[in-house]
Design a protein around this ligand. Structure first.
Ligand SMILES: NC(=O)c1ccc[n+]([C@@H]2O[C@H](COP(=O)([O-])OP(=O)(O)OC[C@H]3O[C@@H](n4cnc5c(N)ncnc54)[C@H](OP(=O)(O)O)[C@@H]3O)[C@@H](O)[C@H]2O)c1
Length: 228
């Protein structure tokens, strides 16, 4: 058997870069995707910060495979990039990574929420904005806006009683995002195109309001009655 044959026998391991993965949402996703067999890179504006978060996560799982890099380097090494930067830096970060993201899949988790007032954000959706800014050679999907990070960090080996709505113009890109959600232990539904992702951003505001009212941190959404 040649080296090439051996490589073909290996299952394809996808590399996921989590842009801004040092914050609240990134680590929970990183832990779950690592457990599911993905190679995960934590991205940050600062390499040292990315490495520190990667180390914390590796220590939690008793492994050494999660890497930490500057966002740009993380994106270059990945097949799939997941955008988890604070919503206010969405535009700035996309502009800075535009060239490196060409030819990749970008899954945008951004939910622009006004925590003072319960109302949906203004169109276009963050993901539509990303697609327009990045151009057609980046395949954008929106997902995970309604998954509170607290829930992701609990019981890593168990499925979450929480669903993910996937938005993408292209069904194949939606399929990639759905696979990632399922790998993370969540059910996922292809809900519409990138414009429709605005609805999920609004739902995040609703979830935050209800979680606050009931003094909860991990309340999410679970659909019933849909046969897949
Ligand atoms: N938190 C949740 O439960 C949750 C759930 C669903 C969706 N989301 C969405 O996920 C995204 C991230 O949320 P989060 O709570 O994880 O945010 P966060 O912890 O406040 O910030 C995430 C990361 O953004 C980077 N960042 C901060 N300021 C920046 C700037 N000026 N320029 C570039 N990068 C900057 C930081 O990374 P570095 O300093 O390392 O660069 C930070 O660790 C948001 O769009 C949010 O709507 C969050």
């Amino acid at each position: 058997m040649t080296n090439n044959d051996e490589q073909l026998d290996q299952p394809l391991i996808l590399t996921v870069a989590i842009i801004g993965g040092t914050g609240n949402l990134g680590p929970g996703l990183a832990l779950r995707w690592t457990n599911a067999g993905y190679r995960v890179i934590i991205g940050s504006r600062q390499e040292e910060k990315a490495k520190a978060t990667a180390k914390e996560l590796n220590d939690k799982l008793d492994i050494e495979t999660i890497q930490g890099m500057e966002n740009r380097d993380a994106v270059k090494k990945a097949n799939i990039c997941v955008m988890t930067v604070i919503a206010s830096a969405h535009q700035e970060v996309l502009e800075s990574l535009k060239d490196d993201l060409q030819g990749k899949i970008l899954i945008d988790t951004t939910a622009r929420v006004d925590i003072q007032e319960l109302k949906p954000p203004v169109a276009p959706s963050a993901a539509r904005y990303a697609q327009d800014l990045l151009g057609p050679d980046v395949k954008v999907a929106a997902a995970f806006q309604n998954v509170p990070f607290h829930a992701l960090l609990k019981d890593l080996d168990e499925s979450l009683e929480m669903d993910v709505f996937i938005f993408a113009d292209d069904p194949d890109t939606a399929k990639e995002a759905k696979m990632l959600a399922e790998a993370g232990g969540m059910d996922a539904y292809y809900a519409g195109d990138l414009d429709s992702a605005l609805v999920a951003e609004g739902l995040t505001a609703l979830l935050i309001a209800v979680n606050r009212r009931y003094k909860s941190k991990g309340g999410g959404i679970k659909l019933t009655g849909i046969e897949k």
